[in-house]
Design a protein around this ligand. Sequence first.
Ligand SMILES: Cc1cc2nc3c(=O)[nH]c(=O)nc-3n(C[C@H](O)[C@H](O)[C@H](O)COP(=O)(O)OP(=O)(O)OC[C@H]3O[C@@H](n4cnc5c(N)ncnc54)[C@H](O)[C@@H]3O)c2cc1C
Length: 495
Amino acid sequence: MKMPDPDQTIIEAKSDIVAALRVIVPGEGVIVDEDELRVYESDGLTAYKQLPLIVVLPETTEQVSRILKCCQERGVKVVPRGAGTSLSGGALPLADGIILGLGKFNRVMDIDFDNRCAVVQPGVTNLGITKAVESEGFYYAPDPSSQIACTIGGNVAENSGGVHCLKYGLTTNNLLGLEMVLMDGTVLRIGGKHLDSEGYDLLGLMTGSEGLLGVVTEVTVRLLKKPETARALLLGFETAEQAGDTVAAIIAAGIIPGGMEMMDRPAIHAAEDFVHAGYPLNVDALLIVELDGPQAEVDYLIKEVSGIAEQHGAVTSRISENEEERLSFWAGRKAAFPAVGRISPDYYCMDGTIPRAQLPLVLRRMREMSEKYGLRVANVFHAGDGNLHPLILYDANKPGELEAAEDFGSDILKLCVEVGGVLTGEHGVGVEKRDLMGAMFSEIDLKQQQRVKCAFDPEALLNPGKVFPQLHRCAELGRMHISGGKMPFPDLPRF
Ligand SMILES: Cc1cc2nc3c(=O)[nH]c(=O)nc-3n(C[C@H](O)[C@H](O)[C@H](O)COP(=O)(O)OP(=O)(O)OC[C@H]3O[C@@H](n4cnc5c(N)ncnc54)[C@H](O)[C@@H]3O)c2cc1C
């Protein structure tokens, strides 16, 4: 994995840059000590590490604006960072760039139950939003498994999802407004407490922009009323095909469960050994289907889903009779990643999306790949959304295994595209899938996307080296800003 070559002139100018940043953020908000920088050297994709040049921890939008302007004037690259849980290397630092940490933006600014929304700073954790409103029976719906740690700013940048996104939508469906700072220091407000804005859907554009278009400094999110009740079914199948067909039949019947998750045999065993959730061990596929809403509706849907599962060959079926039991069904699924961490020194978590009907084929081809690479794979799957999370097990201490895991992972993602799916479901492209973008997008598609990037960050200073396999000059794409007569990224291959 290659990042843009570091600009030595920027590295040599470090003390000047530090002095300029300390004028903007006095006190301990500018970090240069190597031990302290090390905390930021990686994100959730720990296979890649790089010490940043400097870390800056602003507390106000005005400071963010001045920092970005200062960096733009000096040609310094900037990597925004929330909690650093990205699994695609989105927050991976650059040797000649600053990390702009948003951790101090941690206030819930306004809770507006009448308008069913909350205005929060980007460093508030995903779960922190729900905690702030749950006493009144409300919650924030998108629920990534990392919700205890990841920030809403990171969620916006990655368009994060979770178990309940099948029914309640991803981050993009639960946002109303943003405040963002562009690389030249401009503060931009998009949307607000109102529904639907006129003009282009800039809110949609910014969601999932992976820190390449601007820095999020405020977020207005929708709040939902907690469903009256929720019950879950735990359904075991002898084959993944049967489980896949059940998923398709549930959706085809017009039922949208609150969550519909699938695990394969290795994931079931790892989770059961870890948390003893009571999962059946004699099945090849397990479905957890949650129905939520008014009691009468849930009771009716539970019967419907049970019937569909039976018709498709479910060999085990349990229905949660109380809240404790419902949570125990989920305990294994929620602990699946750490559970797999117990059976392998390292694992590589992939994230691709496929049309639901292709699941049996994809699982079969994955088993073949597993034999080819000599690496085991456990599958956890947002079944309703077609979002796969294969966990490739490897040992980084064994020469060649990391590379084999990466090749295996890239073959899986190419397969997702081949069967009509996409490279990512919710973890973003970052550095992890950057070089695979050509498998999904044509050169014309990529250039068009980069024209959008140029409109916001013409000198490609915001999070470069991520998402795009190759940077084009903005001039070729229609516009270019030259600062101080210097060509941005002179070392980059151009064509
Ligand atoms: C155990 C585990 C489980 C996970 N489960 C899920 C899951 O179920 N669903 C899911 O979607 N993801 C999941 N993730 C991935 C990750 O938690 C999400 O991508 C999350 O949104 C990242 O948030 P963060 O605050 O950690 O952002 P970071 O990792 O700090 O940054 C992620 C990206 O966002 C950018 N960014 C961060 N803050 C800002 C900002 N304020 N303005 C502009 N850009 C910004 C960064 O530059 C980077 O590109 C999981 C991760 C782990 C480690």
